[in-house]
Design a protein around this ligand. Structure first.
Ligand code: MN
Length: 280
């Protein structure tokens, strides 16, 4: 099955909205996906809250995180997180950077994240901790310079996610749906780890359990089931993004004029309004 670029861009918009709708992303944070035909490019939204991202907001970047065409609107300042990880990890095709409330206590205390329940195995056997102070001293904490992104990618190594001191986390996956799955369930794991600590001793999965459960969670069927669930929740909330408008506005323009010249009947006017409403 061939998947069109339009489908991939639509799915990336859905992923941004979905992870926001599930309470991980808020006004900030972002998800990217590698270009399926050109591994040296990736797609990421313009600077916009993820819950509002539409396919038309997505820009194409090279791995130095420079836009392929001059962008008309401001870009995310932390896009080097994505570019430098795509550079360092050929196996990674999607990246999510976030500042979730469930993860932040671990970024603040340095307390290690551990796999405390079945689905939490998505975090892998070890979650590294990146401290921008180590190489860069005082900064405004945003990861904006290529060398900062590269440093973060080095600390991530071959792991599934990395915690960022007093900032947030970055999660990677082999594809977009996998990164969404890992992002949401790693936050649940952190939430349960904190809750468990409040009532007693925190037990963890064994390394063997993490390995086996991790393989299970990487199954397309497992990920597809969760994806369908989150899409349905987003649909019910009326949060699905519109499809990208088919390109050439030039061709569409005369047709619209012609319609405007003729006097549409009232029912026709209403129908067109309804259609518009539905598409939003
Ligand atoms: Mn950030």
């Amino acid at each position: 099955m061939t998947v069109s670029l339009a489908d991939i861009r639509h799915e990336l918009a859905i992923a941004n909205r979905m992870v926001a709708h599930e309470g991980v992303l808020d006004a900030f944070g972002h998800i990217s996906v590698r270009h399926p035909e050109n591994p040296n490019r990736y797609f990421l939204s313009r600077s916009r809250s993820p819950e509002l991202v539409e396919p038309g907001d997505l820009y194409e970047f090279d791995l130095d995180s420079e836009p392929v065409t001059p962008p008309p609107l401001p870009m995310y300042s932390e896009r080097v997180i994505h570019g430098e990880i795509f550079k360092a990890r050929p196996d990674v095709n999607a990246v999510c950077h976030h500042h979730s409330a469930d993860i932040l206590p671990y970024c603040i205390t340095g307390e290690p994240l551990a796999v405390v329940y079945h689905l939490g195995a998505v975090i892998g056997a070890h979650v590294p901790f990146w401290d921008s102070q180590d190489e860069f001293g005082d900064t405004n904490l945003l990861v904006r310079k290529p060398e900062e992104g590269a440093s973060l990618a080095r600390t991530l190594g071959d792991h599934n996610m990395v915690l960022m001191r007093r900032h947030g986390a970055t999660v990677v996956g082999g594809n977009l749906r996998e990164v969404v799955f890992r992002t949401i369930y790693s936050c649940r794991n952190a939430e349960y780890q904190s809750a468990a600590k409040r009532i007693g001793k925190v037990g963890t999965l064994t390394p063997g359990e993490i390995e086996m459960a991790g393989q299970l969670h990487a199954q397309p069927n497992t990920i597809a089931r969760a994806w369908e669930y989150w899409v349905t929740r987003l649909e019910k909330a009326g949060g699905m993004p519109p499809r990208e408008r088919a390109a050439p506005a030039r061709k569409a323009a005369p047709a619209r004029k012609a319609v405007a010249k003729t006097q549409p009947t009232k029912s026709k006017q209403m129908k067109s309004k309804q259609t518009k409403g539905k598409r939003r």
